[in-house]
Design a protein around this ligand. Sequence first.
Ligand SMILES: NC(=O)c1ccc[n+]([C@@H]2O[C@H](COP(=O)([O-])OP(=O)(O)OC[C@H]3O[C@@H](n4cnc5c(N)ncnc54)[C@H](O)[C@@H]3O)[C@@H](O)[C@H]2O)c1
Length: 345
Amino acid sequence: VNRPVRVAVVGLGYWGPNLARALEEVDNVHVTWLCDMRREVVDRVGRRHPSAARTTQVDDVLDDDGLDAVVVATPISTHYPIALAALSAGKHTFVEKPLTTSSAQAVALARLAAEQALVLMPGHTFLYSPPVRSVKRLIDEGHLGDIYFVSTSRVNLGIHQADVSVAWDLGPHDFSILRYWLGENPTWVTALTRSCVLPHVPDVAFVNAKFPSGTIAHVELSWLAPSKLRRTTIVGSRQMVVYDDTSNEPVRIFDSGVSLPDFGSYGEHRLSYRTGDIISPRIPHDEPLVVEFADFVAAIREGRKPVSHIDLGIDVVRVVEAVERSLDDLGARTTVEADIEVEAA
Ligand SMILES: NC(=O)c1ccc[n+]([C@@H]2O[C@H](COP(=O)([O-])OP(=O)(O)OC[C@H]3O[C@@H](n4cnc5c(N)ncnc54)[C@H](O)[C@@H]3O)[C@@H](O)[C@H]2O)c1
């Protein structure tokens, strides 16, 4: 049957209204419920979705037997209880990043979803962004060669979150992108943060990560910066890439590198530096949120694994957890918890 997939959006603060709008753009999807604990917020957003029912109680949404799926866009600390209730009520569940505040919670949700054959999808939007996908293709097709290192800056002024650090808020973007590009999670991390403005809410973080393949990464995250940067440099053995999400040429490929030419006599070699063409490939303008929800709906209809899949979501939570443990241990090198296999829906 190709009846519309009926979806509820829970949490209509800064981000939720964007999700409700994007859902309406996906074929054969109907936003049937809008829910926020603040009445005035539900009513304001509700005016843009006249056919959606409105409520301040998640239970009203979950009691609707005709509802297929719940999209959760509430503050991070509430993701686990709301997603647990949604899955327990038999609803496919999309949870904004990060999935939960602990990997134990994330694994528990994943098991519940698998048992019930429900889709549980973490909202790692950047995996649906055309430039991120084009870099993924460059890596997979071998154009960059071995990835030596990745260096990334995600900084801007605001928005301070009350319930979590910048590592939990912005970190999942970079950790999900790295996991997607490299197809692996870090083995260990080290981290340094400072709570500059609010006590005990770190608003700047420098994270270093080492991956099983040997790739290393530096991730700079901050809500305190003079200008907005979304800039990632990937240095490979064959080519290098700069991905700048704020630029109208978001991906630039540098045919540059260094190689060790043939050895002359033993011990006598010169490095050869190569600075070649710079190519800026054409990047489509698909809206990531719409592509993301199309993938969620396809996962529901066809039972296939979304690109932003649950194992990736769990891995991202594990990286942030390791960052927190490193901070508790004065920035020491800290192992990222690895694979307990979870059968995803
Ligand atoms: N993918 C992205 O690029 C992206 C961007 C921004 C935010 N986010 C994520 O979206 C989520 C929400 O962030 P935000 O900035 O919109 O937060 P926000 O605080 O602006 O909005 C959260 C809303 O949830 C409501 N809420 C809280 N508890 C509730 C409950 N139990 N039942 C119903 N409503 C409840 C609040 O009233 C509020 O309106 C976070 O997980 C955040 O990480 C993702």
